[in-house]
Structure formats: C-alpha cells, structure tokens
Design a protein around this ligand. Sequence first.
Ligand code: GDP
Ligand code: ADP
Ligand code: 5GP
Length: 209
Amino acid sequence: MTPPPTEGVLYIVSAPSGAGKTSLVKALLKNDPAIRLSVSYTTRAPRPGETDGRDYHFVSRDDFGRMLAEGEFLEHAEVYGNFYGTSKGSISRDLNAGHDILLEIDWQGATQVRTHFPRCASIFILPPSFSALRTRLAGRGQDSEEVIERRLAAAAHDVAHADAFDYIIVNDDFDHALQDLVSITRSIRLETARQMNRYAALFDEFRRI
Ligand code: GDP
Ligand code: ADP
Ligand code: 5GP
C-alpha cells in the first residue's frame, strides 16, 4: 500500500525590489517543475512583457478591495504604493496532497503566511550592495525613474526584516545564488519525515528481516 503523501513544502521568497528574486525563482522552477508557483493578484500595471494570469492577475483597486472584503486572500500588503495579495485558492489542499508551492511575496506577507503555515521555509534574497540594486533596477529597464527611486528608498526597510527568514542568499554571482536556492530545496526533501515516507517500502523491508 502506498503511504499517504507527506505534506508539501510551502516556500516563501522575499527580497528588496531588484535583488533578483523573480529571475532566481524562474530558474529554479525551470529545473524543478514539481514546485508550483502561486500567481499573486496586484493592482500594479503590467510591465512590458508581463502576461495576465502568468506573472500576476492584474486587477483594479475596486476588484482587489472586493476580494479582500470577501476574505479571498491568504495574505495581502501594500508594497511600493500598490496592493498585492495571495489568493487562498487551493493552497491548503495542494499542500495536503503533497505538492510544493512557492510564494514570491514581500516581508509583510511573509509574516502573515508564517502564522497560518508555521512549517513554511522562508528565504530572503539580498543584493551584493545597494549600488548593485540601483544598477539592476535601472538595467531591467521596466520601471520609471520615480518608481525606481521609491523602491530603492524602501530597500533598507525591506532588508531590516531579513532576520525573520529561515535562509538568506546573497545574489552576487547568479549561478552561485541559484545553486544556494537549489541546495535549500534539496536538503528539505532529505528531511527524515519525508524520506521515511518516500522510502516506506525500503524501511518495511528492513522491518521484515
Ligand atoms: P519586483 O519585485 O521588483 O519584481 O516588483 P513587483 O512589482 O513584481 O513586486 C513588488 C513587491 O511586491 C515585491 O516585494 C513582491 O515580493 C511583492 N509581492 C508580489 N506579490 C505579492 C503578494 O501576493 N503578496 C505580497 N504581500 N507581496 C507581494
Ligand atoms: P526582483 O524580482 O527581485 O525585483 P529581478 O529578478 O527582476 O528582481 O532582477 C532585477 C534585474 O537584475 C533583472 O534585470 C535581472 O536580469 C538582474 N539580475 C538578477 N540577478 C542578477 C545577478 N546575480 N547579477 C546581475 N544581474 C542580475
Ligand atoms: P523523487 O521522489 O523521485 O525524488 O521525486 C519525484 C518528484 O517529486 C520530483 O518531481 C520531485 O521534485 C518531487 N518531490 C521530491 N521530494 C518532494 C517532496 O518532499 N515534496 C513534494 N511535494 N514533492 C517532492
């Protein structure tokens, strides 16, 4: 008989804007399609190249407010002047079925999610320096000067919350940072409770000897 699945891992990835969070998460998920990315709702306008339903569900402030009033969000926050929220959707059901889920959310959202899912694994991404953050935000070429300045102004406050996270990765060399992220997911999968479940038949064999 197959044992019931161990609950999936809920990953939270946070970073100051421009640290490389989205690039790292995309690269992780390319090699690890077992992790499901939760697509957030936002009142921010789409950037060039962003697709509704893939990068975000882009909604009006009215619609966001309606969803909030109807209790549809697991967490929500105002970040850099826009509203962002994670739909409750099927998160609990998916975790109970053994699926891993990744949330790309800010530190305020991370605080809220930890109260609901204390066993989540939270990861904070740091840029190698403040000037690198400025260079990356400018280099991304998708935000106005005003938006970039607003995000840079919030960086110190964002970084001040890094100590609440389980892991910290410095995204200096991209491939190195990606390997750090992969190492976290691999070591979590080797935890005893998960391995005992995955290798139940092997443990059974030794019990029968
Ligand atoms: P980027 O992080 O520079 O790519 O800019 P975005 O506009 O995509 O995101 C701005 C901030 O909002 C980031 O700190 C995200 O982590 C955060 N964010 C995105 N989605 C959510 C969400 O569903 N909930 C919360 N609380 N924050 C979110
Ligand atoms: P975030 O999602 O945290 O705002 P992005 O993933 O959009 O950050 O990255 C911001 C910019 O920095 C992008 O143009 C990306 O290509 C670039 N970038 C990401 N990681 C690195 C790195 N290690 N070195 C140099 N540039 C990077
Ligand atoms: P395997 O057990 O053969 O290593 O992995 C089978 C699939 O399940 C892979 O796609 C892998 O990424 C995924 N997987 C491995 N460990 C876990 C886990 O602990 N939880 C969940 N939800 N998926 C896992």
